[in-house]
Design a protein around this ligand. Structure first.
Ligand SMILES: Cc1ncc(COP(=O)(O)O)c(C=O)c1O
Length: 448
């Protein structure tokens, strides 16, 4: 059975309530299938409302099957483990899904490994400066701190505005004010995992370009959510998770490395990157000079990908998840996820009001489908970690609703603030969001 046949079989398979004897209602293609039909493609835990794709998504059955198939295929041993673990075909296929080329893509173990390889591979020296925010993932902050301790990098750490009235202009202005002649790097997430802020990615990359600064983007949350090509952002590096919105296997990530110059997106020369962890970097001598045109001078993806034996099933299953997303339609997925995010934002505002909201609302460019808010009426409870963690624990244990709590700095506040975060995906629906918001309100009342 071909992949598409398999998918059609799953969509309209035996026992499916949508299969009619005349077959007329069968979705011809995933692109035409309803969201209710598509929900059946996922290995959802029965009885659970999973609203935590910002941490990990749900595997489609087809991805699970591909992982098992490829594992079985190689189980008896391999003549050569190293050639397939370059993932050449899978990288080319995934690159196509993300609007780039295979030489610009590396299949990594996760977003953390991808960002660590970049931060540790940049050509940074004592006194060089990096601009970063307190709203980054530990993976970014801990690796930058390592480079500070090891090489004397200077970190300028900003706390961006969050909440209802945050604007892109304020965020861009903060970064601009932090630039000095020694600034070499901007490091920031495309979507903040703590507040759900969609950072002004293109504007920050353009600002960096005007000052000759490299951009390291933590794109853990945008892969599988946004349709736009990775190249179009103008970033030098984007580290993505494979297992969140892309719904690939755990332990998978996608690293985009700019490997040629498309002046319409980023006219700067390619930044030096030392491919730490490599069995492809030459053992004697140096790689060729990097390209200054839209044609690569070598495949930097190979340098980063080739790093000893690897799990082939991981690459195959990630490529399958990307193929499934293409078949459903990445434009369609982005629209649906944003709609569910808008619904969640409205419900949260109705129920808890503007002062509860840590995700931006009034600036449409900063809105993402991740909604972070504090449901407790007492302002001091916004910095009460025990209450917010008790709330998410009880939601999971008593109501089987999965959300997470987050912690982050707020400008001019002496305290860390805490929020509950809802992150819907295409296997969710508005009823689940309404149910979650109502339960959060009830549990918050009980804990107040
Ligand atoms: C913004 C962001 N960056 C990085 C990570 C780490 O991702 P991974 O588990 O793929 O390394 C996360 C995980 O939640 C995240 O939300």
């Amino acid at each position: 059975m071909t992949y598409t046949e398999n998918l059609q079989h799953e969509l309209a398979g035996p026992g499916s309530p949508d299969v009619r004897s005349d077959g007329d209602q069968r979705p011809e293609r995933p692109r035409d299938a309803s969201w209710d039909d598509l929900r059946r493609l996922f290995a959802l835990e029965p009885g659970v409302v999973h609203l935590n794709t910002g941490t990990v998504g749900v595997l489609p059955h087809a991805v699970e099957d591909e992982y098992d198939r490829v594992t079985r295929q190689w189980a008896g041993g391999l003549v050569d483990v190293y050639r397939p673990t370059m993932f050449t075909e899978y990288r080319a296929a995934i690159a196509g899904s993300y609007g780039v080329d295979g030489d610009e893509i590396v299949i990594s173990h996760n977003a953390t490994e991808a960002v660590a390889r970049v931060i540790n591979g940049l050509d940074l020296h004592a006194g060089d400066e990096a601009v970063v925010t307190t709203h980054e993932c530990y993976s970014v902050l801990s690796n930058l701190n390592l480079v500070r301790n090891r090489h004397g990098l200077v970190l300028k750490v900003l706390t961006p505005p969050s909440g209802h009235r945050a604007t892109a202009e304020e965020i861009v202005a903060l970064f601009e004010q932090a630039i000095t002649p020694r600034t070499k790097v901007f490091a920031f997430s495309a979507i903040s995992l703590w507040t759900g802020t969609m950072m002004p990615l293109r504007a920050l990359c353009q600002l960096a370009q005007r000052h000759g600064i490299s951009t390291v983007v933590d794109g853990a949350l945008i892969s599988g959510m946004l349709e736009e090509s990775l190249r179009a952002s103008g970033a030098d590096f984007i580290a993505c998770s494979g297992s969140k919105y892309q719904c690939g296997p755990l332990g998978s990530g996608i690293l985009y490395v700019r490997n040629k110059v498309f002046p319409e997106y980023n006219p700067l020369p390619l930044p030096t990157l030392w491919p730490v962890i490599s069995t492809w970097y030459p053992m004697i001598g140096s790689p060729p000079p990097r390209s200054g045109t839209s044609v690569e001078s070598y495949d930097i993806g190979d340098y980063l990908q080739s790093a000893g034996s690897a799990n082939i099933a991981r690459g195959a299953a990630l490529a399958k998840a990307c193929q499934l997303w293409d078949e459903i339609g990445r434009d369609r997925i982005e629209r649906r996820v944003m709609e569910l995010g808008d619904h969640a934002r409205e419900r949260v505002l109705d129920r808890f009001g503007e002062q509860a909201m840590y995700s931006p609302v009034t600036d449409p460019g900063l809105r993402s489908p991740l909604i972070a808010f504090n449901p407790f009426r007492e302002p001091a409870d916004h910095w009460n970690v025990k209450k917010i963690s008790a709330l998410t624990d009880r939601l999971a244990a008593e109501h089987r609703i999965w959300v997470r709590w987050t912690e982050f700095d707020v400008p001019h506040s002496p305290h860390q603030h805490y929020a509950a975060r809802i992150s819907p995906h295409i296997f969710n629906d508005v009823e689940e969001i309404d149910q979650a918001v109502a339960r959060i309100a009830a549990v918050a009342e009980e804990l107040a």
